[in-house]
Design a protein around this ligand. Structure first.
Ligand code: SF4
Length: 406
C-alpha cells in the first residue's frame, strides 16, 4: 500500500528535517517530517512527490489540513520574505487596495496587480520595492485575478486595456504568460500591457508573450550608459541584453521607453535615450519620459521638478530630434473616460468590517467589508487579531481604494 501526494503547482523536495514544498517555482513552505510521520506515516520524497506507506484516501485526508496550515508560512524563495497567497477560497476581494488585485480609475484602463516584490532596488522607487522593511509580499491566484478582471471589463463601454503594473516587477509572477493570455481572452479586451524593468525579458518569453496577446511594454529603462543604469537600479543592470530585447520586440510587441528622470541622477541620459527610442516603431508614442515625483511611501532621493521646468528641459530635444516628447493626450495612449465601478460604501460611512490580512506597513492592517478590502489605519492596527470585527470610519474611497480609521 502506498499513497502518492502530488500537485500540479507544488514540487516537493527532501530536506534534513522537513519536506519543502516549492509553490509555482518561486515560493516555499516547510512541512515538519516528524509531524508528517506522526499524522500520516514516514514520508519519502521522489521526483517532486511525497510517498506515504498508507492508503491514498487516508493520506489525502490527513495531508490537506497540514498543507493549508503550511501555506500560512509561505516565503519568497529569493528573499525569504513571508508571502500571502490570495486565492478565491480565501474570500479576500481583489478590489479595495492599491497593493494587489485590481484598480479601476474610471477609464478604459484597468490596472492589474498580481504580486508585490521586485528584483531591483531603484533609489527612486515610488513604492519602496526590492529590499525594504515591509512585513511580507502578496501573490494573487492567476485564475481568480482573470475572473475578477473580466467582471470589471464588463461594465466598460470602450474596449479595455489591462495594464499589468504591480508594486514590483510583474515578470517575477510565476504565471505571467498565463495571466496575459487569460486577460487577452476576456471578450472586450483591446490591449494587455505591462510596465517592467526589462531585466527578465528573453527572446523565448517575448515570443510567448506576443502569442499570448501582450501588446505593449512600458520599459523603465533609465539610462543608455551602464554606469547610470546600474546606479538607477541599485544593482547591475543588464543593459546590453535589454537593448537587444527591445530590438527583438520590434514587429511583435510595442515598446515605450519610459525612463523616470530623477534630478541629478540621469538628466544627462535623456538625449541618449531619445536617440535609442528614435528608431523604434510603435502604435503608441515610443518615448514616455516620466518626471520624478515624491510619494509618501516612496524613496524620495532627490528634489521634484515642476512639470513646467520638466517640459522646458525636454522641449529643445523635440526640435533637435524631430520627435514628439511632450504634450501627449489621453487619445495618443488610447485612454478614454469610462463607466466607474460602483462604490458599495462611501467616505464618512461607518462600517463593521472583518480583519483578514496583514498590511505591509506599520500601524495598518486589511479588513474586508461588502466585497472590498479596506486598509485599516490607526495606532496598533497591525496588532488586531485576524477575523475580528471592527467598526471603521471610511476616510478614503477614491477609485474604490478604501481606507478606514478605527
Ligand atoms: S523596478 Fe520598479 S518596482 Fe522595482 S525597485 Fe525599480 S522602480 Fe521599484
Amino acid at each position: 500500500m502506498e499513497a502518492v501526494i502530488k500537485f500540479e503547482e507544488i514540487t516537493f523536495q527532501d530536506h534534513p528535517d522537513t519536506v519543502r514544498g516549492l509553490f509555482l517555482g518561486r515560493y516555499y513552505f516547510d512541512l515538519d517530517k516528524t509531524l508528517l510521520q506522526e499524522k500520516i506515516g514516514k514520508p519519502a520524497v521522489k521526483a517532486g512527490k511525497i510517498h506515504f506507506p498508507v492508503d491514498q484516501n487516508h493520506a489525502e485526508k490527513r495531508f490537506n489540513p497540514l498543507l493549508d496550515k503550511a501555506f500560512d508560512n509561505l516565503f519568497h524563495i529569493n528573499y525569504n520574505k513571508p508571502t500571502i497567497y490570495i486565492h478565491e477560497n480565501t474570500g479576500i476581494p481583489l478590489i479595495g487596495t492599491n497593493e494587489f488585485g485590481i484598480v479601476d480609475r474610471g477609464s478604459n484602463i484597468i490596472e492589474i496587480k498580481p504580486l508585490t516584490g521586485c528584483n531591483f532596488q531603484c533609489p527612486y522607487c515610488s513604492v519602496d520595492e526590492g529590499k525594504n522593511n515591509k512585513t511580507h509580499d502578496y501573490v494573487v491566484e492567476c485564475e481568480y485575478l482573470i475572473q475578477e478582471a473580466a467582471k470589471v471589463a464588463k461594465i466598460k463601454k470602450h474596449p479595455v486595456e489591462f495594464h499589468i503594473g504591480p508594486q514590483g516587477e510583474p515578470m517575477l509572477y510565476p504565471k505571467f504568460v498565463e495571466l496575459v493570455r487569460g486577460l487577452n481572452n476576456i471578450p472586450n479586451t483591446k490591449h494587455v500591457t505591462v510596465v517592467t524593468n526589462g531585466s527578465l525579458l528573453t527572446e523565448k518569453l517575448i515570443d510567448e508573450l506576443a502569442a499570448a496577446g501582450l501588446t505593449k511594454i512600458n520599459l523603465s529603462l533609465n539610462a543608455a550608459s551602464q554606469e547610470t543604469a546600474d546606479a538607477m537600479s541599485g544593482k547591475k543592470y543588464p543593459l546590453e541584453h535589454v537593448k537587444k530585447m527591445i530590438q527583438y520586440c520590434q514587429g511583435k510587441i510595442n515598446v515605450i521607453l519610459a525612463p523616470t528622470i530623477v534630478p541629478g541622477w540621469n538628466d544627462h541620459e535623456i538625449e541618449p535615450l531619445v536617440q535609442l527610442g528614435k528608431g523604434l516603431k510603435s502604435e503608441f508614442p515610443v518615448m514616455g519620459l516620466q518626471n520624478f515625483l515624491h510619494y509618501k511611501k516612496g524613496r524620495n532621493v532627490s528634489h521634484e521638478r515642476s512639470f513646467d521646468e520638466f517640459f522646458e528641459m525636454i522641449k529643445p530635444l523635440e526640435k533637435k530630434h524631430g520627435m514628439k516628447l511632450t504634450g501627449f493626450t489621453k487619445e495618443d495612449y488610447q485612454i478614454f473616460d469610462d463607466t466607474k465601478l460602483e462604490k458599495p460604501f462611501k467616505k464618512n460611512d461607518i462600517v463593521k468590517a472583518t480583519i483578514k490580512l496583514p498590511a505591509r506597513y506599520p500601524n495598518e492592517t486589511i479588513a474586508v467589508y461588502n466585497d472590498r478590502c479596506i486598509t485599516v489605519v490607526g495606532k496598533g492596527a497591525e496588532k488586531l487579531p485576524m477575523n475580528k470585527t471592527v467598526k471603521l470610519k471610511i476616510i478614503r474611497d477614491k477609485h474604490n481604494i478604501f481606507k478606514g480609521a478605527l
